[in-house]
Design a protein around this ligand. Structure first.
Ligand code: V47
Ligand code: SF4
Length: 366
């Protein structure tokens, strides 16, 4: 172990914060296994051997979007081949019987549809809550919230209060991409700025809505851009404490306008997770999104500081449009086995990271 690594490890063990320069050094110079072991140690102190997963269902009401992010293979213009939009009845039909499958969360994100009024989204939440009062609705990225404010003429706080009344309980972390303006201009010039994304999240936290945070990596950004992204998340979390979990999203290039050979490497994926665990000392949870990492890297990430494997998902569309080779959903037993075979303890959680009690997963004796 180099003396630089020992110095950083000593500072972290003493409860000091990783600096941007140290994070860059870890990315560029650190030995992968020493880095992983340190991140795993920090995680074990906070979360023990428990690894969370949840039983959720993705709902993507439409892929029609007025933005044309260059990394997105999912969106279509209205009238374009492959464009779709689901009405409320169709969505309700798709999730019928969700309780019998043990589903505890609807995760709803979609495109910025040019004609649908804000009232559509309020009706969607109300209808879902009426039909499934026990299932938590985690919905809409900060990008969609900004769009709803424009559509409705309301300010962001008013949008949140209407959505809360309709049943919104938490928000996913999408739309963050990379905050650095130079990168954002290249990969998603029409999208709200990083500054606006952070402002909207701050307003959500102020309204009592917990949110997640993401970072899309492995496209045209530099290591310094990634660290700047983590720094901005850490600062906001210091102020609000409203982020529940950080989720790095590995870029998939197929069918996108970003020309790039191959996907992120497994080594980059694991380093990014481990450095996030160390840098984001004020985030309790770190999620390996198996859809983007593949099931095997997601399993290995449990030795690199991760304590959450997302969920059963069913049925993922966004990453699969960009060539993901992972399944479009996993069953609960499969996820529990991934965790158990890594020597960890699988625990089902709800949206708010509370262990689910009173239910024995997959039957007796487990
Ligand atoms: O914002 C789009 C990303 C995000 C691609 O909060 C891509 O629990 C890789 O945010 N390659 C949406 N990524 C998904 C998302 C998410 C997923 C799972 C859980 C949670 C959560 C949030 O997907 C977008 C964008 O960053 N994305 N295209 C692509 N080609
Ligand atoms: Fe639209 Fe979201 Fe795709 Fe961008 S990433 S084009 S905002 S659906």
């Amino acid at each position: 172990m180099t003396s630089e690594f020992a110095h950083i490890a000593g500072r972290i063990r003493a409860g000091e914060r990783l600096s941007a320069d140290e994070a860059r050094w870890l990315y560029e110079e650190a030995d992968l296994f020493s880095l992983g072991r340190l991140a795993a140690e920090v995680n074990a102190k906070r979360n023990g051997e428990v690894v969370f997963y949840n039983i959720n269902r993705h709902i993507n009401p439409t892929n029609i979007c007025v933005n044309q992010c260059r990394f997105c293979a999912y969106s279509r213009l209205k009238g374009e081949d492959g464009a779709y939009e689901q009405g409320i009845d169709e969505i309700l039909g798709e999730v019928e019987g969700a309780e019998k499958l043990g589903i505890r969360e609807f995760h709803i994100v979609g495109g910025l549809h040019p004609d649908r009024p804000f009232a559509f989204y309020l009706d969607l939440l109300k209808s879902l809550k009426k039909a499934h009062p026990g299932i938590v609705v985690k919905a809409f990225t900060a990008v969609e919230i900004d769009y709803f404010a424009k559509l409705s003429g309301l300010d962001v706080a008013e949008v949140f209060s209407a959505l809360k009344e309709a049943g919104l309980e938490a928000m996913p972390g999408g739309g963050a991409e990379i905050f650095a303006p130079a990168v954002r201009n290249k990969i998603c010039p029409e999208k709200i700025s990083g500054k606006r994304w952070l402002e909207i999240m701050e307003t959500a936290h102020g309204a009592g809505i917990p949110t997640n945070a993401t970072m899309l990596y492995g496209h045209v950004e530099s290591i310094a851009d990634r660290i700047d992204h983590l720094e901005q998340l850490r600062r906001l979390q210091d102020r609000t404490g409203g982020f529940q979990v950080f989720i790095p999203l590995a870029f998939h290039a197929e069918n996108t306008d970003i020309r790039k050979k191959g996907e992120t490497s497994g080594i980059d994926d694991l380093k990014t997770l481990a450095i996030a665990r160390l840098y984001l000392d004020n985030f309790r949870h770190l999620k390996a999104y198996w859809v983007m990492l593949g099931e095997k890297i997601a399993q290995l990430s449990l030795f690199f500081g991760v304590n959450d494997l997302d969920g059963t998902v069913v049925r993922e569309r966004i990453t699969h449009a960009a060539g993901a080779k992972s399944a479009t959903g996993l069953d609960e037993d499969y996820i529990r086995n991934l965790i158990r075979r890594a020597g960890k303890r699988p625990v089902e959680r709800d949206t708010f990271y509370r262990p689910v009690t009173g239910r024995v997963a997959g039957g007796a004796g487990r």
